[in-house]
Structure formats: C-alpha cells, structure tokens
Write a protein that binds this ligand. Structure first.
Ligand code: FES
Length: 347
C-alpha cells in the first residue's frame, strides 16, 4: 500500500484565527479546505473570478491554471495565489481574505493537563501543558492561545514559548499582583490540573526569512521569540538573526541559558540583553534602543519582529525613525497584562 505524503497548510483568517489543514500535493488547497469543512471564499473554482485570491506568506506551490483577470502576473510575483487552483510543494502559510466565521469555522478548543510549573523568580512563572490532542494542534511560532484560568471563568492570552515541533506546550507569565492567572499560578496551580484553551491565534508569527532578522523582546515578550528560535533550530535560517532582550529588573531575566544554547545550534544567531534598573548587575543597563544602531538594522535590509509592552513598541519605532532607517518589514505585538493583544505589521 502506498501513502501520499501531505503538507500542512495554515489558513490565517482576517480575525486572527488560524486553522491548519492537511493538503496532498495532488489536490488544491480549496479541495483540502472543503474536506476539512472550512469554507474559504470560492466562486468559479476555475481560476477565472479571483474570489479566492489569497496571499501566500511561506512555502512553495504550483499556482495552477488561471486567467489574468483572476490573478495578474504582478500579483503572482508578490505571492498572491488562487487556492482553487494551487497545489502545494511544501507546507504553506496563507492569508485568507475572510473572517473565520464567514468560512464557517473558528478557533479550536483544546484540553490539556498541567505537567510543570516553574517559578523562575518572583516576577516570572512558566507553565507547561500536555495537550490531549497534540497531534491535531498546529500553530505558527509566535502565535498565542486564550487560556481558561481554572476556577475563574476568565481567559488570558499567552504566546507559546515552545516550538511547533515540541511535544509539550510552554508559556511565560509575568506575575502581577491580583492578576487572575498570577493568583492561580502562585496560589493554587498543581501539576495534574486540567484546563482548556482556544487557538491558535495572531498574525505575529515568523515569516520565511529572506534577509537578516532582528528580534526584540520586552519582558515575557520573549516567549513568542523563543518559539521562533526553536523553529529556526530545526530549519537553519540562512541569514543572520540577532535578538535583543530588555527587562526592567534582574529578576525579570529568564532563559539566558536557553538563548546561549540556541546561539550554539542556530548558525548566525546572536543575542544581547539589557536591564533598565540602574542597580542591575547586567553589563548593559538601559533599554534595547541603546543597543540598536543602523548596523543592527542592516541599514534597513532587515525584518524586525518585536513583542513587548506598548511603550517599548513606540520607543523602538521612534528610535528607528531617528536613525533614518526603514526596515524591510516591522511586525510587532503589544501586550499588557490581562489586556487583549494587539498585533500589527508595518512595511
Ligand atoms: Fe474563482 Fe478561485 S474561485 S478564481
């Protein structure tokens, strides 16, 4: 008996929800979506109308047959594609021009068991989950889920700090006084607890690297970048990747050993860190902007990924503008404790 290998296609909807489907190399993305009961926008199904036109952000494919009215050469050169015609040559990441609700789908709910709770310091706790359906849970490095905090009826958003290929799922939490998740983790959480989460979500994920990358983390904003590094450890980037990690106090510094380990295994990966507290023992005291010059940004030939609090995002933006450099792309995720995430990108 022969089996045909299939590829994983991430369908990212306009509302930030991501669904993953399996797509064989001899079927179109639209056919595979239909089998998965996901109704991506379709009309002619023949490469004539352009209704299904999407943007492919990662991966290679055969675009299939279509007419210029549906997809122009210029659009195709920019990565636009027609799911009703395209067949995959690799895993793909597609941006679908509809909401997940319009496609009659939504964020998937998963159940999991707490398998580890690690208190890095008074300010930072990491928890690790074993999902009941790990095989069915796909995510892109950088994405987050909404975790139902046990016993509270409330949810909080956390980015995966583990990579998509790892068995267990880890999350970094900044401990805030009175915070819903903070209280759960510091007062009640036990290994063996059961909980639910929904996702994955978010458009702050690692795109295929076509040039050098600068990764910027503020505090527990390091989590999604750790997930990206885990992916890069599996698929060496082919371009330099530099990470700058800024925190408020020495207590907030976590995973420096992990970063050193990645520097050993990811070709071209380097990092530095800084602490804002003037009493810190760190070599660099201050903010990440103090470690950024036009060289760090490769004079603009760099993709920037930043996850941190809103003030950091604004400070980095202003600093880059003051250097007179325009990075090729700027993806960021702002977070504040207990507040819905805001994800965006600026070319
Ligand atoms: Fe008409 Fe794809 S549905 S071009």
């Amino acid at each position: 008996m022969s089996t045909i290998m299939s590829f994983q296609v991430a369908l990212n909807f306009e509302d930030g929800i991501t669904r993953f489907i399996e797509c064989r190399p001899d079927e179109t993305v639209a056919e595979a979506s239909y089998k998965a009961r996901i109704n991506i926008p379709l009309d002619c199904r023949d490469g004539a109308c352009g209704t299904c036109k999407s943007l492919c952000e990662s991966g290679s494919y055969d675009g299939g047959d279509y007419i210029d009215e549906a997809l122009t050469e210029d659009e195709a050169a920019l990565g636009h594609c027609l799911p009703c015609q395209m067949t995959p040559h690799s895993d793909l990441v597609l941006r679908i021009p509809s909401s997940s609700a319009a496609a009659k789908t939504g964020a998937a709910t998963h159940t999991a068991t707490v398998v580890d709770i690690k208190r890095h310091s008074d300010t930072t706790v990491e928890f690790t989950l074993a999902a009941d359906d790990r095989e069915a849970l796909g995510f892109l490095p950088g994405q987050y889920v909404n975790v139902a905090v046990p016993g509270t009826g409330q949810t909080r958003s956390y980015s995966f700090s583990s990579g998509p290929g790892q068995r267990h799922l880890s999350f970094l939490v900044r401990i805030v006084e009175g915070g819903t998740m903070s209280r759960y983790l510091t007062e009640r959480a036990q290994v063996g607890d059961r909980l639910e989460f929904t996702g994955p979500m978010g458009s702050f994920y690692l795109r295929a690297l076509t040039r050098p990358a600068l990764l910027l983390a503020g505090g527990t904003g390091l989590a999604p970048l750790l997930s990206m590094l885990e992916q890069l450890a599996q698929q060496p980037p082919g371009h330099p990747v530099h990470l700058l990690y800024g925190v408020t106090t020495d207590q907030d510094l976590v995973h420096l050993d992990t970063l050193r380990d990645y520097a050993d295994v990811i070709p071209g990966f380097t990092f530095d860190h800084c602490v804002a507290d003037p009493n810190s023992t760190a070599r660099n005291r201050g903010f990440v902007t103090g470690l950024m010059d036009s060289g760090t940004l490769h004079d603009g030939d760099a993709d920037v990924h930043l996850c941190g609090p809103p003030a950091m995002v604004e400070a980095v933006r202003a600093h880059i503008a003051s250097l007179g450099v325009s990075p090729a792309s700027f993806h960021y995720e702002k977070f504040t404790p207990a507040v819905v995430r805001e994800t965006a990108e600026a070319a």
